[in-house]
Design a protein around this ligand. Structure first.
Ligand code: ADP
Ligand code: MG
Length: 363
């Protein structure tokens, strides 16, 4: 059982803050991912939590006890945490079974107890039949599961994972995301999961912490982060999006820089002088070539943009369109079902419901 609290956590390297005043409370049994581009401070945060680095400001508490601050540093081996790095080193000269048992070696347990724990873990990660193999006789995904089993067998209070899947090929990576979530539901160990891959964060996490330049920009469930991004950075980092730039004209109405207008979701800020952005996801835009259908949808709260298909890419399960709106310079990306298809050069109507047009900050 462990809660983790970061309170104003700050770490500088040569005068620049790699981690800048982070505030975050992680509940017992929660899996939280730190998501953001390379260099935004994810690994530094994890190394601070693990105790490999000492903060320059703020503190880290586990179960309300200070484990790190500028004046306190409980060493890593006394933190009851397991950490898995990007290069998940498993011992090449040890079998799968020996690798998993290794973590228990220093715990002074009876041989039969070690045996039982290793057995159970190997079954949970589906490696029970590969126990006598050496790592070079395993696939990348199997090696990764050995690393996970070795980290879990010691029953840590906290699990720290730093881009654990980035050395795997695309198919395995996708499969292992589900595996990590399944294991989390089995063990419920408080976990911090670092990744730059938004899909990985969506599948594995209870909550996602989006970071940029050493700071937290938004915290929320995968759905909140995707549907209600607070800033342009979050909207563009999490999935594909159209960003329409404009100004609040009156309640829920935005005039776009391109001379067009769009009605946006409830809760938009009041009219002001500043430039704002409207986020519209490509899969939330519908297409029709039928004039009367388009008018009927407009009556039901859809924004209607007459457009021309400039580019069409067929993906099998979806079609990706780029639309132009002459004489306006605006373009729209649309991902639509392949059941109806439109040709390059064809005139269409793009329809975006106001609830799917979300105002986000410029940041
Ligand atoms: P991420 O894991 O999100 O890619 P890091 O936490 O590794 O980012 O790095 C954050 C920033 O801190 C980067 O600008 C990086 O160059 C810098 N940094 C990380 N570790 C060190 C170090 N030991 N010495 C100097 N700068 C570092
Ligand atoms: Mg990193």
């Amino acid at each position: 059982m462990a809660t983790v609290s970061l309170q104003g956590l700050t770490k500088e390297f040569t005068g620049t803050a790699a981690v800048d005043n982070l505030r975050l409370d992680i509940a017992d049994g929660e899996l939280v991912s730190l998501l953001g581009p390379s260099g935004c401070g994810k690994t530094t945060t994890l190394r601070l939590v693990a105790g490999f680095l000492q903060p320059d400001g703020g503190e880290i508490k586990v179960d309300n006890e200070i484990i790190s601050s500028p004046s306190v540093l409980i060493p890593p081996e006394r933190r009851n945490m397991s950490m898995i790095f990007q290069s998940y080193a498993v011992w090449p000269h040890m079998t799968v079974g020996q690798n998993v048992a290794y973590g228990l070696k220093f715990k002074k347990l009876a041989k039969t107890e070690i045996e039982q724990k290793v057995e159970r873990l190997l079954r949970l990660v589906h490696l029970e039949t590969l126990r006598e193999r050496y790592p070079n006789e395993l696939s990348g995904g199997q090696q990764q599961r050995v690393a996970l089993a070795r980290a879990l067998v010691v029953e840590p209070k906290i699990l720290l994972l730093d881009e654990p899947l980035s050395n795997l090929d695309a198919n395995l990576r996708e499969e292992m995301r589900f595996e990590i979530r399944r294991l989390h539901e089995e063990f419920r160990i408080t976990t911090i999961y670092v990744t730059h891959d938004q899909a990985e964060a969506m599948v594995t996490s209870d909550r996602i912490v989006v970071m940029n330049k050493g700071r937290i920009v938004q915290v929320g469930s995968p759905k909140e982060i995707f549907d209600q991004p607070k800033t342009r950075f979050v909207a563009e980092f999490i999935g594909k999006t159209n960003i329409l730039v404009g100004r609040m004209e009156k309640e829920n109405r935005v005039s776009l820089a391109d001379g067009l207008g769009v009605t946006v979701a409830q809760g938009a800020p009041a009219a002001g002088d500043g430039q704002i952005c409207v986020c519209v996801r490509p899969h939330n835009i519908l297409l029709t070539a039928d004039d009367s259908e388009a008018r009927a949808m407009a009556e039901k709260g859809y924004n209607l943009f007459p457009a021309v298909v400039q580019r069409r890419i067929y993906f099998g399960d979806a079609v990706d369109y780029l639309l132009e709106m002459p004489p306006h310079p605006m373009t729209l990306r649309v991902v639509a079902s392949p059941s109806r298809q439109y040709e390059k050069g064809q005139k269409v109507f793009a329809l975006a419901h106001r609830d799917h047009c979300v105002v986000v900050g410029e940041g």
